[in-house]
Design a protein around this ligand. Sequence first.
Ligand SMILES: C[S@@+](CC[C@H](N)C(=O)[O-])C[C@H]1O[C@@H](n2cnc3c(N)ncnc32)[C@H](O)[C@@H]1O
Length: 508
Amino acid sequence: MEVDNETDANFADSTHKFLTWFQSLPGASIRTDLIAMEDLRSRNAGRGIVAKADIPADTVLFTVPRDAIICSATAALKNEIPGIFDLEGEGDGDSDLGDEDGTSSSSQDSWSLLILILIYEHFRGDASKWKPYLEVLPSAFDTPMFWSPAELSELQASALVARVGKGEADAMIESKILPVIRAHEHVFFPRGRGEVDDTQLLEMAHRMGSAIMAYAFDLEKDDDDDAAATADDAEDEWVEDREGRTMLGMVPMADMLNADAEFNAHINHGEDSLTATTLRPIRAGEEILNYYGPLPNSELLRRYGYVTPKHSRYDVVELPWELVEAGLKERLVGGGRVGPANWDKVCKLIRSDDDGDDDFEESFVLERLSDDPDSAGQLVGDAVFTGLPDELGDQVKAVLKALKKVAGIDLVSDKNTRKEVYLQAVLGALQARERQYATSLEDDESLMSEGRLTGRQKMGLWVRRGEKQLLREAQAWVRRELDQLLDRAADNSRSREDDGPAAKRRRT
Ligand SMILES: C[S@@+](CC[C@H](N)C(=O)[O-])C[C@H]1O[C@@H](n2cnc3c(N)ncnc32)[C@H](O)[C@@H]1O
């Protein structure tokens, strides 16, 4: 979370007003005898909820009535512009027939609609039912969308750089948000605040979109088992997928919980309310933590603007096919066997639909094998790199098949040789992938220990370092596989010698 320049007094005052407002909501409850909202800015975590006393497992910490949630079901904006509340695909099917004012029944999705609702509530000021809540939402974010080019360069060769999504967000705001606001200025700016220009609106929409990304809950999940919820039946809920959700809402108080890969509380979705429940005994002074899912630090940073050591176990790294292909080429082409022209044909064939194999993949995601957290939110065992993706092996097989078809030669008919070619090519690709990062893992380790980095530099370093560590583990795994292969080959040749004609003669 971006360092907030608010003075301590202002920060504490907003927290207090929010808490008082929350307690006044009909149907809301909070165990202020057990928990408190605290200022965690010193560790860059904004506000958080901390245990004031030892708390047993299965304790309900607070209850949020559904009426208090900001979502399409509670939005006052619905009375003003009902047309925008028919979401994409829910209308009468005439999705191409947009109205000129941007209010066609199909132009909004749950994301853009919630942005509009939040902007509307923001400009309502004191008239908004949610004002004390809106005041504790951050005005600045640490997600890479807001990073400068120099800060982004800290991510080096991480695939995250291509997924920051600023351009897409700008385009969405320009096509779905600004036209609706401009067509309804009297609704959004009731006191003649028409002077808000497009640049300011764009910034506001980015702020609200980022708040939704980091704070909103998926409300369509059904979970009426409340206190009886176990890890298994609530599992889907813990895994928050911000992409495909259909009914988003801002849930005051539930979203004041920070989160980690090990956690101790869970939000249960009941019919009339959402409740926060402890998953295990929590000691006084411990932070109450929710769970955002088994996300790699790169994704945690992209969506929420922070990283944690415990999420490193879920780190991933993308291995581009072109690096594996280069490794294969090095081993298979030349020496009068396969010429460059035939190799080009092979490369084209595997990319075409008529090679008879599955879809061509541009890159492969490497990850460790890790168990899910247990029902108390605790991690058990280490995450271990246990193998390459099957699809990568399949695509290498497709190359060898295409080579046979194009060049008419079966270069690697022997299974062990085939595996060796595959592993060697992947090893070369993993090393080449590591070289794509501007600094080495060792450089990063010393930069980290020097301790002179800013918050964003450190998070960028954490992401790239995690990816390099995974690349090293993958290389070690491949080397072990190669060693085993060579050992087996040596054993086989020894036993062939033993079983050779001389041995047979001896036996007879
Ligand atoms: C749902 S909000 C939690 C409340 C938030 N801390 C606040 O002050 O409003 C999610 C945001 O909290 C911060 N956050 C959550 N968990 C964190 C953690 N373990 N460490 C640091 N920041 C965290 C991130 O900025 C994230 O985008």
